[in-house]
Ligand binder design. Sequence first.
Ligand SMILES: [Zn+2]
Length: 179
Amino acid sequence: MNCPYCDYPDSKVIDSRSVNDGIRRRRQCLSCGSRFTTYERLQPASLFVIKKDKRREEFNRNKLLTGIRKACEKRPLPTGTVDKLADDIEAELYHLGKPEVPSLIIGDMVMERLKNLDYIAYIRFASVYREFTDITALKREVDTLVSSEAEVSRPAGQLSLLPAGELAGVAKNRRRSRK
Ligand SMILES: [Zn+2]
C-alpha cells in the first residue's frame, strides 16, 4: 500500500485493531510521515465463475487481466490503468460475497468500465466477448457509440473515437439522412 500523499511504497504500522470482518491498521509513511488507514479483509476461499456453457471455473485474475490487456493493447492509456481496472473488478466481485458469479456479469463489468475509458478498447473487448459473428453487429455497436458521442458529451478522460471534424461530419450526415 503506497502512501496516498507521496506514493512512497513503505509504511510502518502504528496501531491495528479488529473491526467487523477485518483488521484496521493505522500506518505512517516512512518517507513523508503522513498517517493513513488501511483495512484488511478476509477474502472468500474461492470464487467460481459460471461460464456460458454452465461449466464452473475458479476465478482467475490473470485471465481477466489478459483479456483487458489485449483489448487495451497500444491504446494511449496511462500506465497502471489495466491493472487498476482488473483490481477494481476483482474487488467488486469479492465484495458481492457470492461463491459463484456468471461470466456474463464479469464481462459486463469490464465493458462498462472500458466504455468510460476508451471506445476502441471497448469495441475490441466487446467483439471478443459478445462474439460479434458478423460485421453488421459490430457496425451497429460502433454506430451506437458514435451517435451517443455526438449527442452527449464524452465522459471525462475518454478518448475520441473519431477526430473532431470527422465526428461532426458523421453527425451531420445522420441528421440529413433522417429527413
Ligand atoms: Zn508519504
